[in-house]
Design a protein around this ligand. Structure first.
Ligand code: NAD
Length: 481
């Protein structure tokens, strides 16, 4: 059985306590590797290594840092198949998805920030002929990066790449539920010649490793992606220490479909935005609002196609859904189907665990589920389920659907289907959301700001926003006369 190691000061190390956590393969329900159960001693060692590496890494010319990062990106591409298989085994997602989305995006994250840093300039503000101000942006020192299990390498690298590109050193913690590709990344960083201590990866539980990173006095910045409750706990600990915080949290995104949409495109993309990655993407549109005049037509066509989505072995090319990430997550998702029924919902398809044969008999599979007959303000439509479960609701007017869409505590992403340009702009303006996709979903330009409002988070990632976050601006004012 493979034993994962921490990556500290350029070396692969056992945790201090020599304790390990079982790592499950969700597609079989079996333990297949061991994860270090690290604690604050490992975080301390990693932080020391990062502090020692910081002066030379931050002083290294940008193009040298950039070249090392490009090498990491190329190594990720070279290892695409191996990483995709590992991601699928750790997370349960179809290999085809890991191969086309997760791993290519991890390579792009490194490439994007390796090159962005070369074009990152600071401002200057002239006060006519009195004075000139210029802004100097310096890295903060040691950045703490904590990521979730749903898009493991994709989101882990989305934080690490801008952090190290801008000259910081990092203490990072991947999810203890999906640690494997972060471990493989540490091997690739060694191969790429990343100087020791620049990136340190400490594996283990959130309440031990994550909490130790958050509370560490020498880590002045935390970039976190995960659940809203965990984000609140991190903010509680970090705020009195005046740490810089970026929190990318939960979502409960509306998918609003007007009668004048391109029906075929809408259905096709809605299948994706509902069930990609088993519905475990913070950007999935789990509340589908449909203009009443096409409600029945949409429902019949959508449900018919959902029933045809194959739930199966993640290695099979035709599996559209693999396993959800863990037994407890499967139970949580299915408990929401019960809640939906109690709230008066009708399950149109799915709603149950899927039992596969042979070695997959104990895997965590859920049939893609569509529910109707619920009010917009019931628990099923207000709380994040984060699985392959969507609800359908009719609406009559723009004003009404805006109330429904904006009714949750979340505000991460919204999806809108209409061929009416004026309405599209009007709706986009009125949706309480960090991202609005019109006639598309998950179309990402890495230069754009990424993040949510309300309980979906604080701050923005992406493009220069991330480089702003990982640097401290200093204004220098020079009097000219
Ligand atoms: P989680 O909050 O349980 O865990 C996320 C990370 O935080 C893990 O590495 C975990 O070990 C760590 N952690 C747990 N407790 C901690 C603590 N007290 N201090 C510090 N770190 C701690 O989230 P999850 O279940 O892994 O991920 C699912 C959630 O992530 C969903 O709510 C989803 O919407 C959200 N998410 C948001 C985005 C986004 O960009 N907004 C992207 C992906 C996932």
């Amino acid at each position: 059985m493979q034993t994962i190691k921490n990556y500290i000061n350029g070396e692969l190390l056992e945790p201090f306590g020599k304790q390990y956590i079982d790592n499950y393969n969700p597609s079989t329900g079996k333990v297949y590797s061991l994860i270090p159960d690290s604690d604050e001693r490992d975080v301390e060692l990693a932080t020391k290594a990062a502090l020692i590496a910081f002066p030379s890494w931050s002083a290294m010319p940008k193009d040298e840092r950039s070249r090392i990062m490009v090498r990491i990106s190329e190594l990720i591409e070279k290892n695409l198949d191996r990483l995709a298989i590992a991601e699928s085994m750790d997370n349960g997602k179809p290999i085809s998805l890991a191969k086309t989305v997760d791993i290519p995006r991890a390579a792009s994250n490194f490439y994007f920030y390796a090159t962005s840093i070369l074009h990152y300039a600071s401002e200057s503000h002239a006060m006519e002929d009195t004075a000139i101000n210029y802004t100097v942006r310096t890295p903060v020192g040691v950045a703490g990066c904590i990521s979730p299990w749903n898009l493991p390498l994709y989101l882990f690298t989305w934080k690490i790449a801008p952090a190290i590109a801008s000259g910081n050193c990092v203490v990072a913690k991947p999810s203890e539920i999906t640690p494997m590709t972060a471990f493989l990344l540490s091997e690739l960083c060694i191969e790429a010649g990343l100087p020791k201590g620049v990136l340190n990866i400490v594996h283990g539980y959130g309440h031990k490793v994550g909490a130790a990173i958050t509370a560490h006095p020498k880590i002045p910045l935390i970039s976190f992606t995960g659940g809203t409750k965990t984000g609140a706990e991190i903010a509680r600990v970090a705020a009195p220490m005046f740490k810089k915080l970026s929190l990318e949290l939960g979502g409960k995104n509306p998918n609003i479909i007007f009668a004048d949409c391109d029906f075929e495109k809408t259905i096709r993309t809605t299948l994706q935005s509902s069930f990609a990655n088993q519905g475990q993407i913070c950007l999935c549109g789990s509340r589908i609002f449909i203009e009443r005049s096409i409600y029945e037509k949409f429902k019949i066509e959508f449900v018919e196609r959902v029933k045809k989505l194959k739930v199966g072995n993640p290695a099979d090319a035709d599996s559209k859904l693999g396993a959800v990430v863990s037994k407890s997550h499967m139970e949580k998702v299915l408990s929401y189907v019960d809640i939906a029924k109690q709230e008066g919902g009708t399950v149109l398809c799915g709603g149950n665990q899927v039992k596969l044969d042979g070695e997959f008999a104990d895997g965590y599979y859920i049939a893609p589920t569509v529910i109707e007959g619920l009010t917009y303000d019931c628990r099923t439509n207000q709380e994040e389920i984060f699985g392959p479960v969507v609800t359908l609701m009719p609406f009559d007017t723009e004003e009404e659907v805006l109330v429904y869409a904006n009714s949750t505590q979340y505000g991460l992403a919204a999806i809108l289907w209409t061929e009416n340009l004026t309405r599209a702009h009007r709706m986009a303006n009125n949706l309480h959301s960090g991202i609005v996709w019109i006639n598309c979903w998950l179309l990402r330009d890495l230069r754009t700001p990424f993040g949510g409002v309300k309980s979906s988070g604080v701050g923005r990632e992406g493009g220069f926003e991330a480089l702003h976050f990982f640097t401290e601006p200093k204004n220098v004012c020079i009097k000219l006369k």
